[in-house]
Design a protein around this ligand. Structure first.
Ligand SMILES: Cc1cc2nc3c(=O)[nH]c(=O)nc-3n(C[C@H](O)[C@H](O)[C@H](O)COP(=O)(O)O)c2cc1C
Ligand code: SF4
Length: 775
């Protein structure tokens, strides 16, 4: 009973409580809901603010990635790794993840980048009769000393060099993956490989080593670029020129092979070009030269962890041995009319603005008076009112011209000058032959800088190679950059472009070192150099640094030509033998182009005993070859130049070159050039003018006719004595009296004379695929 009462009481209490709760809910539900919401929201904010931060994981920004291979590059890495600190990394913070575009595989690679604080240089050598062994240990001591002189306070330091005999080391340990070498603080260090290799045409350890590299490269279980994590490598070969006089005959052939295999195994980490030396001759000199380049690179590597500027590992076609020959860079490629304004447009623009702009601009310039400019072209238009705007830049950075030129490989200096590495410069660096100027005049192509202080010109020649984007004008109407700026800028950019060639296969260490000293300047790129108002000051700067000057002008500026001071060789382009033909081929902007042309010839005649004057003829079949021999002979008779250079036009095959009316059919074959020069020489002889066929460079379809003034005791002397030229210039000044004969050099080499082809016998002719051409 008591239980029943207790249960009734409990039930009644629950009923009351429920009733009260329901009532309360109905009365206060809105404030209850709102209060609960705010309390929960406040709690959430509190938890967020007091929470401990985790690492923020960010996907790599591929576009920020330096495309050059990094020190710890793993070419087969394909996974994004989360950051994790390692003992070897420089900082204690999380490692940075970077994206990498791996060009050879055409897939995006993600890789980690870390740099060690120490670098181990390993000097590998092989030796059969102990010469290289001795050289290697002496070299290691010298290199140790040189490396200890490098300031490594802000970079990686060097461990003492290890010298390793390839016959004794376990090749697997060093040439499948890089060895794990511990540094002073116990962490793993980066490695840099150097090789000193004699060549043997008998079976030696070199063959074992080469076979090992071959197998590693082709082993499908191993990455094709298994040694990519090393910082870089370079090879020096020792050989014997007595037994193996040229590279074709096997001089240092195994060093060359090792250099190539290492390029493959490291993913093209050639840090410095292959050096070679004759163990019975020049090897000490060559080794010192190579070594100094290697030390420079090692210094850079210690500071930056990378091999610096260059095409190393970029996959750029320039690296390839199959490199397609670039278009001929010596001003002979066909014209691409493109965006050159037409004549009527130019006339609409009017020239008076240019004239007055020029006047103001010249006033602004301090320093020596500029060369006079032409104001004669457009008659009445010169009476127009003065403009109010300031002179403009010839090639502004944002202009399409600038973009087009830089795309074609030019570096634009200031606002109107340009510099570009010519294909012969690259070819000579790789021992594949120099341009005809080496054969004719002794110019080393790898020491030649091709530049112009004026990208503008007053002609629109059909065979011009400037692809139609260059500014044209009859007068200088732009801002004038000071010659100091141009000189410093072109040199800097030239050297930059040479340095880029450092990792290119086949570049010779010796030539690379020589190329770092410009000896010649070809003022013949695009445009008209003589147009530049301070051309004489610019020439003086070249000469002060003993850089010879070959200046090519277009025979349209007689006043500037007359005001020109000494140059080493003065060219005038003779593109046709009569008025109509000249109009058709040069498409000159000057109305009085023929009169100007004639006046230039008179200037040349008057200067022939002061300047080495040259006619340059560019033969374009269908334009200026047929039936023009007598006409050209008339011009030679008028100006009596020291030399006549005849060259077949080169075709660049752009869509708009066809628009200029030219096709491959306009390019003469070499035998046609030969026929033409033979006929011209006969005509000159017939007139008793004293000229003869002196030299040829069949490789570039070029022949040289010279005045008998340059024939001594029956031998042609077309080569220039550059030292003598500078001595005369220093002694007698830029306007001084001295004759071309006074700086005539030694006899033209036999191989360059007419009938002998003219290919430099030190080099190897290659076809467009880089294969050696026999004979
Ligand atoms: C049997 C023999 C074959 C050689 N073959 C070549 C060769 O093919 N190309 C080359 O440039 N030098 C060749 N040499 C020259 C050596 O490479 C050169 O003398 C070198 O300095 C030897 O170095 P080592 O004393 O360290 O072995 C050869 C020498 C010998 C004795
Ligand atoms: S002279 Fe100089 S720029 Fe001209 S083709 Fe020869 S190397 Fe090139």
């Amino acid at each position: 009973m008591a239980d029943a009462r207790r249960s009734w009481a409990t039930g009644s209490f629950l009923q009351d409580a429920t009733h009260v709760a329901i009532e309360t809910w109905h009365a206060y539900r809105t404030p209850i809901i709102l209060t609960t919401f705010f309390v929960l929201f406040g709690l959430l904010i509190y938890l967020h603010l007091t929470e401990e931060r985790g690492q923020l994981l960010v996907l790599p920004k591929i576009y920020e990635q330096d495309t050059k291979p990094q020190p710890e590059q793993q070419l087969d890495e394909k996974v994004v790794e989360l950051p994790k600190a390692t003992a070897a990394s420089k900082t204690n913070g999380p490692r940075r993840i970077k994206g990498e575009l791996n060009k050879p595989n055409k897939t995006i690679q993600i890789q980690e980048v870390s740099r060690s604080e120490e670098i181990q240089v390993l000097v590998f050598f092989s030796s059969i009769t102990a010469t290289t062994q001795k050289v290697a240990s002496e070299y290691a001591q010298t290199l140790d000393k040189a490396l200890s002189g490098i300031d490594t306070t802000s970079g990686a330091s060097f461990l003492p060099i290890q010298v390793l005999d390839l016959a004794e080391v376990d090749l697997d340990e060093y040439f499948i993956t890089p060895p794990k070498i511990k540094g002073r603080n116990g962490s793993f260090v980066d490695t840099f490989y150097l090789f000193l290799i004699p060549s043997y045409n008998i079976d030696t350890i070199n063959d074992t080593f080469l076979e090992h590299m071959n197998e590693t490269h082709h082993d499908f279980r191993i990455d094709t670029a298994a040694l990519a994590p090393i910082l870089g490598y370079s090879v020096f070969g020792l050989g014997d020129k007595e037994g193996w006089p040229t590279e074709d005959e096997g001089f240092c052939f195994q060093a060359k092979e090792i250099d190539k295999w290492m390029a493959k195994l490291t993913g093209r980490k050639r840090a410095y070009p292959l050096g070679v030396g004759d163990s019975k001759g020049d090897f000490k000199e060559r080794l010192a030269e190579w070594s100094s380049g290697v030390v420079d690179v090692l210094s850079l590597v210690s500071q930056t962890g990378s091999l610096g500027e260059g095409v190393v590992g970029s996959g750029d076609p320039i690296e390839s041995d199959d490199e397609e020959e670039a278009e001929d860079d010596d001003g002979e490629v066909l014209f691409d009319e493109g965006s050159v304004p037409n004549m009527s447009k130019l006339k609409q623009q009017g020239r008076i603005d240019d004239l007055e702009d020029l006047g103001r601009m010249i006033k602004k310039e301090s320093g020596p008076a500029p060369v006079a400019v032409d104001f004669t072209s457009y008659g009445k238009r010169t009476a127009k009112k003065a403009p109010t705007q300031a002179p403009k830049e010839m090639v502004p950075k944002e202009s399409p011209t600038y973009k087009s030129l830089t795309k074609q490989g030019y570096a634009i200096v200031g606002s109107h000058s340009g510099v570009k590495i010519c294909r012969w410069t690259k070819s000579a660096l790789r021992g594949r032959g120099s341009c005809y100027k080496f054969s004719f005049y002794g110019i080393n192509s790898h020491q030649c800088m091709e530049t112009t202080p004026s990208l503008s010109c007053s002609n629109k020649c059909v065979f011009c190679w400037r692809h139609g984007t260059n500014p044209v004008g009859t007068n200088w109407r732009w801002v004038v950059d000071p010659p100091e700026l141009i000189f410093a800028g072109v040199k800097e950019n030239h050297y930059k472009k040479i340095k880029v060639m450092r990792g290119v296969p086949g570049v010779r260490a010796e030539r690379f070192a020589e190329a770092m000293r410009i000896r010649h300047c070809a003022l013949s790129l695009v445009g008209e150099p003589i147009f530049y108002p301070h051309i004489n000051e610019f020439l003086a700067m070249l000469h002060a640094e003993r850089i010879s000057s070959f200046l090519v002008c277009n025979a349209q500026h007689p006043d500037q030509l007359a005001a020109l001071r000494h140059v080493t060789q003065l060219y005038v382009s003779i593109d046709a033998s009569n008025r109509e033909s000249l109009r058709r081929i040069d498409r000159p902007l000057h109305r009085d182009f023929w009169e100007r042309f004639q006046r230039c010839l008179e200037v040349l005649r008057a200067r022939r005993f002061r300047q080495r004057t040259v006619f340059r003829l560019t033969l374009v079949k269908g334009f200026n070859v047929e039936d023009e021999v007598a006409g050209y002979a008339d011009l030679v008779e008028k100006a009596l130049p020291c030399f006549v250079e005849i060259k077949g036009v080169t075709y660049c095959g752009t869509s708009t070159s066809a628009g200029a009316g030219l096709t491959m059919g306009n390019v003469p074959f070499y035998h046609e050039v030969q026929e033409f020069v033979t006929a011209l020489e006969a005509e000159l002889q017939r007139r008793g003018l004293g000229y003869g066929l002196a030299a040829e460079h069949a490789h570039s379809c070029c022949v040289l006719i010279a005045s008998e003034r340059f024939r001594v005791d029956g031998r042609w002397h077309t080569v220039i004595d550059y030292d003598k030229f500078f001595a005369l210039l220093e002694e007698r000044g830029p306007d001084g009296e001295f004759t071309p004969e006074e700086y005539m050099g030694p006899a033209t080499p036999e191989w360059a004379t007419w009938g002998n082809g003219g290919f430099d016998p030190r080099d190897t002719r290659v076809d467009r695929k880089g294969r050696a051409i026999e004979g």
